[in-house]
Design a protein around this ligand. Structure first.
Ligand code: NDP
Length: 294
C-alpha cells in the first residue's frame, strides 16, 4: 500500500478514506459546525453512531457542505438496544431519517454484546440492508475473533471493517492479524488514546526527529500498520494537523519503538466483560454521553 494513498479498498471494493473524522461526545447542536469545518479541511469520512445522539447535526452538515453525496463516506452504528432481527431494520431506517440520507456508506454493529446473544441475527439483518443498498458496506465494531468466527460460520457477507479501540497503549496485534487474514479492514477508535498517548516521551522524541507533532506520529504509525483512523478534534488547527499524515512514513526502527509502548491498556470497555450501558446514559440536556462506551 502506498503511504500516500488516501483511501483503502474494503473487501467489497468500496473505497474508504484512511483518515476520517470521529464525532463521539460532540453534542448535536455543535456537530454541524464541527463537521462543516472538518469537510472544509478535507475530511471526506465522518464516523457517527445512533448512540452519539448527533446524527441529525451530521446530516445537516452533509446536506449543506455543497459536495456531491458520493464524495462523502458516512458511517453510523446500530446500538445494542436495537440488536435482533425485529429491531435492526428499523434502527437503520431511523438513522437514515436522522441523517437525511438514502444510504450510509458503512453500517456497523456497535458492540457484540454477547450476553444478549443477538449479534448473529443482527448481522443477518445487516446483510439484507446491504443487499437492499441502504448500506454500501456493512461491518462490526468491538468484535473479538470468537464473535467473528460465529459470523463466518453462519453468514455469507464478511464484515468490511472491525472498528476497535486501538492506540500505542493498546495495539491488539492478534485481533488485527485476524482481521487482516479474513479480509476485514481494521478501523482504530480513540486512535490517539484520547490524547493520553500524545504526552509519551518516546512519541515526543520521534516527533522531534521527523519535525512532526506527536499526533501525526501516532496517526502515521496507524497508517503504516494498515489501520484506518478516525480521530476527533474540536479545533480546526488540530483537524488539519491530523489530516496531514499522508506525505511521510515512519522508518522500521521507529515503528518498532511505537510497538514497544503496547501495554494492553484499555481506555474503553472490554467487549466481553463489560455490560455496556444503554442509551439512557445520555444526559437529557447536553446530549453528552456520561459513560465510557463510544
Ligand atoms: P481520540 O483518540 O480521537 O482523541 C480525541 C482527543 O484528542 C480529544 O480530546 C482531542 O481534543 C484530542 N486531540 C485530537 N487531535 C489532537 C492533536 N492533533 N493534538 C492534541 N490533541 C488532539 O479519541 P476519541 O475517543 O474521540 O475517538 C475518536 C473517534 O472514535 C470517536 O469520535 C468516535 O467516532 C470513535 N469511537 C468509537 C467507539 C466504538 O465503540 N466504536 C468508541 C469510542 C470512539 P480536541 O477536541 O480539543 O482537539
Amino acid at each position: 500500500m502506498l503511504f500516500s494513498e488516501p483511501t483503502v479498498a474494503l473487501n467489497n471494493g468500496v473505497r474508504m478514506p484512511r483518515v476520517g473524522f470521529g464525532v463521539f461526545r460532540i453534542a448535536d447542536e455543535d456537530v454541524e459546525p464541527a463537521v462543516a469545518k472538518a469537510i472544509e479541511c478535507g475530511y471526506r469520512s465522518i464516523d457517527t453512531a445512533s448512540l452519539y445522539g448527533n446524527e441529525r447535526g451530521v446530516g445537516r452538515a452533509v446536506a449543506r457542505c455543497g459536495l456531491p453525496r458520493e464524495d462523502l463516506f458516512v458511517t453510523t452504528k446500530l446500538w445494542n438496544d436495537d440488536q435482533g432481527r425485529e429491531w435492526a431494520p428499523g434502527a437503520l431506517r431511523s438513522s437514515l431519517d436522522r441523517l437525511g440520507l438514502d444510504y450510509v456508506d458503512l453500517y456497523l454493529i456497535h458492540w457484540p454484546k454477547p450476553s444478549r446473544n443477538l449479534f448473529l441475527e443482527t448481522w443477518q439483518a445487516l446483510e439484507q440492508m446491504y443487499a437492499s443498498g441502504e448500506a454500501r458496506a456493512i461491518g462490526v465494531s468491538n468484535f473479538q475473533p470468537r464473535h467473528l468466527d460465529v459470523l463466518a460460520a453462519h453468514s455469507d457477507v464478511v464484515p468490511a471493517t472491525n472498528q476497535i479501540e486501538l492506540h500505542p497503549y493498546l495495539q491488539q496485534e492478534q485481533l488485527r492479524a485476524y482481521d487482516t487474514d479474513h479480509g476485514i479492514a481494521t478501523v482504530a477508535w480513540s486512535p490517539l488514546g484520547q490524547a493520553r498517548a500524545l504526552q509519551d516521551p518516546l512519541i515526543g522524541e520521534i516527533a522531534h526527529r521527523y519535525d512532526r507533532t506527536p499526533a501525526q506520529i501516532i496517526l502515521r504509525w496507524h497508517l503504516d500498520c494498515g489501520n484506518v483512523v478516525i480521530p476527533k478534534s474540536s479545533s480546526t488547527a488540530r483537524m488539519q494537523e491530523n489530516l496531514s499524515v499522508l506525505d511521510f512514513t515512519l522508518e522500521e526502527g521507529d515503528l518498532a519503538k511505537v510497538r514497544s509502548l503496547d501495554a494492553g491498556l484499555r481506555l474503553g470497555p472490554d467487549p466481553d466483560e463489560v455490560d455496556i450501558r444503554p442509551k439512557a446514559g445520555f444526559s437529557s440536556d447536553g446530549g453528552q454521553w456520561v459513560g465510557p462506551a463510544g
